[in-house]
Design a protein around this ligand. Structure first.
Ligand SMILES: [Ca+2]
Ligand SMILES: [Ca+2]
Length: 187
């Protein structure tokens, strides 16, 4: 079990010289009976200037692989049916294009504004990050109703390059800007 972060808390998980290479981001959710809801996980790979070097460095359900083959989305899940991780992204940090300085992780509800969906409608929802080599889940956000109820999307953390290593910063800021709102920031 990883750290169960409260909204807005930040942790630096690399301070003890943990060297990450293969990282898995997983998101899981179930639907309260009678509802339907499509949660999406995405990654923005940005350079020194905080922007994508090319549109293809935005990894999401319509662009499953980064041009350097370092980050891969395993595919869209539209209903969260079943246990465990419903959507996954795999990142191989040692293979990332050297011009990339940060990976920004975002979870968002598809079409939330139109459908009037929000995180408060989810059951058993979480976001977690796993060190694949060590099989260690080092971060978990539980998207419970009391902390993220009204939000429709959130940046839940970033991997920041420092020398040859990567530092993870958990952010957990719930927002209502949609995935497009994040795209507008980083394109
Ligand atoms: Ca989805
Ligand atoms: Ca599920």
């Amino acid at each position: 079990m990883g750290i169960d972060l409260k909204k807005g808390s930040k942790v630096n998980l690399m301070k003890d010289n943990v060297r990450l290479d293969k990282v898995m981001l997983g998101i899981g959710w179930d639907i309260i009976p009678g509802n339907s809801l499509d949660l999406d996980i995405s990654v923005f790979m940005v350079g020194e200037n905080g922007k994508l070097p090319a549109d293809e460095y935005f990894i999401f359900y319509n662009n499953l692989k980064s041009p350097d083959n370092s980050v891969e989305h395993t595919g869209d899940n539209r209903d969260g049916e079943g246990d465990g991780d419903d959507e996954m992204i795999l990142a191989y940090l040692s293979q990332i294009n050297p011009s990339i300085k940060e990976l920004i992780f975002v979870a968002s509800i598809h079409n939330a504004e139109v459908l009037n969906h929000h995180f408060g409608m989810l059951d058993n929802a979480y976001i977690r990050i796993v060190d694949v080599d060590k099989k260690n889940e080092f971060l978990r956000f539980n998207l419970n109703k009391s902390t993220f109820g009204n939000a429709t999307d959130m940046e839940f953390g970033r991997l920041i390059k420092s020398g040859r290593d990567w530092t993870f910063k958990a952010t957990g800021d719930g927002t209502r800007i949609g995935l497009q709102g994040y795209v507008d920031q980083y394109v």
